[in-house]
Design a protein around this ligand. Structure first.
Ligand SMILES: Nc1ncnc2c1ncn2[C@@H]1O[C@H](COP(=O)(O)OP(=O)(O)OP(=O)(O)O)[C@@H](O)[C@H]1O
Ligand SMILES: [Mg+2]
Length: 498
């Protein structure tokens, strides 16, 4: 059940300085090939286990304003209310109803809400409403949203774009792997709100293309993930550059001790909205542990992938993802791979093709585990069991979102059973455990598994996205600087591939 907690005393110096496996079958990933920590490619395999334990609850001096019943009860520009209506968003979700009255008056917020519970609009509407009517100078955004992955940055931009448009605010997406020149151009043209991954934003600041000293609202989405990925020094360095008296909001489905430093140093008298982080709290989500023999795992994975309907399959490493994807394509399953080793245009295209149904199976590392929203996705499969309960929660949270139902299936070989039992206990979940054999009814019933066609498939790239063949005359010819300067600073798509 949702609950808003307030506490009585908290004092903090805002101007403080910055602080500084398992295998399993043919598709299992070997420990040696796992990678952890942040990478410039924005992708990662296994990361170091998160620091376990609850975050230290900050003290709230000023009591929180009560939750509202409807969006109309909130002090938001009429244009935003109209945009909500035209997007079909009529009733605030609990985290929105509880935090928006407070964030709209400028309070700092620490928000922990389940996967798929609407955190993006919870922070997004507050940021846009409070920025509306202002105009950013060149290179000096007024609002900043930091996220851990490029895909999430693009998704947050897309989710907020109709609302930003309604109040004439310009969004810019700033992520690695895409043209830094175009992103610099967008900032030069003036963008009120920047959605960024920390590394690329730092690069733009270092180049003199962005300054954060006018940022008066800062959001950290998936704050704990940025800490887990080792981005903390970059994040604190960025937070030290925004306006010291500005508003800060931290949101995630899981907030643990990793965010203590951020909370202590950067949140002042915050309103805390914290719901049970357990995946079991998403009542529309079913949890299945399927005990499989190592020898059966390969075929079981293939048959699940061949189901009617879409599925995300998580594996530990880029290599294992590529191997499984290739095998699925050869077996007649429309699959595509998403991991940090792919180019950003490939990553963006793959996710788009999965969202539109052009491919049925997204085979991914944890890079797809956080925040990503795909409509009508009713199955997530952990081909490699996750490392810890936070990974489990976020991977599984790609299904059963916004009140929809869905299942999370984890394939567990005999040598993985003990770790899985421990992980489920830590997550507070009692899964349905079933011993399955290939060809048996149980596997079909739980996952929709069926034999694939066996006819190899090739996933086509839409014509508009194929790299253009350059004529001999154009090869080696560089675009004049004046043309580059004239490049349009397009709202909301800056950084996205054509
Ligand atoms: N008030 C609302 N009414 C209807 N749909 C909503 C509402 N708020 C958000 N949604 C929809 O719910 C879905 C999930 O929202 P969102 O991606 O913000 O979840 P989240 O809490 O950030 O999840 P995660 O922890 O996985 O990042 C989105 O499709 C969003 O459009
Ligand atoms: Mg989210």
């Amino acid at each position: 059940m949702n609950r808003t907690r307030t506490n009585d005393r908290f004092a903090r110096a805002r101007n403080g300085s910055a602080a500084s496996g398992r295998g399993g079958g043919r598709f299992g990933s070997s420990a040696a090939s796992r990678s952890g920590g942040p990478s410039r490619s924005g992708g990662y395999g296994r990361r170091p286990a998160a620091i376990q334990g609850e975050f230290a609850l900050p003290k709230t001096i000023t009591p929180a304003l009560p939750a509202v019943e409807g969006f109309a009860d909130l002090d938001m520009p009429g244009e935003l209310l109209a945009a909500l209506g035209s997007q079909g968003v009529t009733v605030p979700f609990p985290i929105q109803a509880a935090t928006l009255p407070n964030s709209l008056v400028g309070r700092d917020v620490l928000g922990r809400g389940r996967t798929g519970s609407g955190k993006t609009l919870a922070f997004g509407l507050a940021l846009l409403a409070r920025t509306a009517g202002q105009r950013a100078d060149a290179r000096q955004p007024l609002g900043l949203i930091l996220v851990p992955t490029r895909e999430l940055a693009q998704q947050v931009t897309d989710a907020l774009a109709p609302y930003a448009r309604s109040v004439k605010l310009r969004l810019a997406t700033v992520v690695g792997g895409m043209s830094i020149g175009r992103q610099a151009g967008a900032l030069r043209g003036g963008a009120e709100v920047v959605v960024a991954t920390p590394g690329r934003l730092k690069d733009l600041i270092d180049r003199g293309d962005c300054r954060l000293n006018q940022v008066s609202i800062t959001v950290l989405d998936e704050a704990d993930q940025m800490a887990d990925m080792g981005f903390m020094p970059q994040v604190t360095a960025l937070l030290d550059q925004v306006r010291p008296e500005g508003q800060r909001m931290l949101f995630s489905a899981t907030l643990d001790r990793n965010v203590d430093l951020l909370v202590r140093r950067y949140l002042s008298d915050p309103v805390v909205h914290s719901v049970d982080p357990s995946a079991g709290a998403v009542t529309t989500m079913e949890h299945h542990v399927l005990h499989v023999h190592g020898a059966d795992k390969h075929t079981a994975t293939t048959e699940i992938a061949a189901r009617d309907g879409r599925v995300i399959m998580f594996l530990d490493t880029k290599h294992a993802v590529d191997r499984l994807t290739e095998h699925l394509l050869n077996s007649g399953v429309r699959a595509a791979a998403l991991h940090g080793g792919k180019s950003q245009p490939q990553r963006t295209r793959t996710l788009a093709q999965f969202k539109t149904g052009h491919v049925n199976v997204l085979v991914a590392t944890n890079v797809a585990a956080r925040g990503i929203h795909v409509d009508n996705l009713d199955l997530v499969v952990n081909v490699d069991p996750p490392t810890d309960h936070k990974d489990y929660l976020h991977r599984g949270g790609r299904t059963a979102r916004a009140g929809e139902s869905g299942s999370v299936v984890t394939l567990v070989t005999p040598n993985q059973r003990r770790d899985m039992t421990r992980l489920m206990a830590a997550a507070g979940i009692v899964p349905q455990t079933t011993q399955v054999r290939v060809g048996e009814e149980a596997l079909r019933r739980i996952t929709g598994a069926q034999a694939p066609s066996g006819i190899p498939v090739v996933i086509t790239v839409p014509v508009a996205e194929r790299p253009k063949k350059r004529s001999a005359a154009s090869r080696g010819r560089r675009r004049p600087a004046s043309a580059a300067r004239r490049a349009p600073a397009r709202q909301s798509t800056v950084g996205a591939p054509a």
